[in-house]
Design a binder for this molecule. Structure first.
Ligand code: ADP
Length: 299
């Protein structure tokens, strides 16, 4: 259904956001795309909806070569993908029901179908009793569910959710996950961009992990790919104190307190994580250098 065929994306000839990214997705799959901040996840999403085109390589969705798609066919193509953007919220001046109905109206549905489909979508995300509330009256989890319902309005073949559980407590996060599973069970391919280790592990499904623009693992199973965990265990046994050899002592101490004890966890830290761990600007720079050296040595 989807093929990223050796895709490289450079910005301004200097920044390589994605390098030789190659993967396929079958119809009906549920998979996660994970990676630390700056890894290239948003770039991948923007290439998928042709907001950007690859520097080399190509992308195929069904039989469509996405980068070559004429602009006038873009709206049609994008309707085949339901995207739940991280920062695009429901329209504040419309109720939840009106938000969904509006999305259906835009794509040219007739009144009767709008009514029926809105009902069905409210039910899919379990928000029938919240239909008359405005977005600001909904909880974070409800807003996210509303955004999912809206993304489903065009009956997409693939649903893409960017950090759908970000900022939600575990109960709400798992509720979102259940809804995404349900949508997947009805035949829709689902791609979830997520940093949420618990959510990713819970699903025991395919996880594509990118770091610095490259796919570093593509496994069925856990957030921590088997290889990385195994390697970490070996490292621990042989040289318990050398896991972060060469890294500044103050940063090692922060990691120790936060129970970050392997490189795989470090590679998955986001900018927000570093803020939470109270990294100074200097410490951030120092860690970036350390990670970059680590990845270069791995090559
Ligand atoms: P993620 O979503 O995983 O955080 P992004 O795809 O946003 O990663 O970014 C990947 C890299 O590309 C980063 O180094 C980022 O600074 C760079 N980048 C993203 N968008 C642009 C842009 N429009 N112009 C220049 N560099 C960009």
């Amino acid at each position: 259904m989807l093929l990223f065929d050796n895709v490289t994306k450079k910005y301004n000839d200097k920044i390589t956001a994605l390098e030789d990214v190659h993967f396929t997705v079958d119809k009906g799959e549920f998979f996660f795309l994970i990676g630390p901040s700056g890894a290239g996840k948003t770039t991948l999403l923007r290439l998928l909806i042709k907001e950007e085109v690859p520097t080399s390589g190509s992308i195929f969705f069904d039989k469509i070569e996405v980068p070559k798609l004429p602009n006038k066919l873009l709206p049609n193509y994008r309707q085949r993908l339901g995207i739940v953007f991280q920062d695009i919220k429901l329209l504040p001046t419309k109720t939840l029901e009106e938000n969904i109905a509006f999305a259906l109206d835009i794509i040219g549905k007739e009144d009767k179908e709008i009514k029926e489909t809105t009902e069905y979508l409210l039910e899919t995300v379990g928000l029938q009793d919240r239909r008359n509330l405005f977005p600001e009256q909904l909880s974070g989890g409800e807003q996210q569910r509303g955004a999912i319902a809206r993304a489903l309005a065009s009956n997409p073949e693939m649903l893409v959710a960017d950090e759908p559980t970000g900022n939600l407590d575990p109960d709400n996060a798992f509720q979102i996950l259940d809804i995404l599973k349900k949508i997947n069970n009805s035949g829709t391919t689902v791609m979830v961009i997520s940093h949420d280790r618990d959510i990713v592990n819970q699903m025991k499904t395919r996880v594509i992990k990118i770091v610095e623009g490259k796919i570093v693992s593509d496994t069925k199973g856990d957030y921590d790919s088997f290889k990385a965990v195994k390697k970490h265990k070996q490292e621990k046994k042989e040289e318990p104190k050398e896991v972060f050899g060469g890294l500044d002592k103050d940063i090692q101490e922060i990691f120790e307190k936060a129970k970050i004890d392997n490189m795989d966890m470090v590679l998955n830290l986001t900018g927000a994580d570093l803020e939470n761990l109270k990294f100074s600007k200097k410490q951030k720079e120092s860690l970036e250098k350390y990670v970059s050296n680590y990845l270069n040595n791995k090559k």
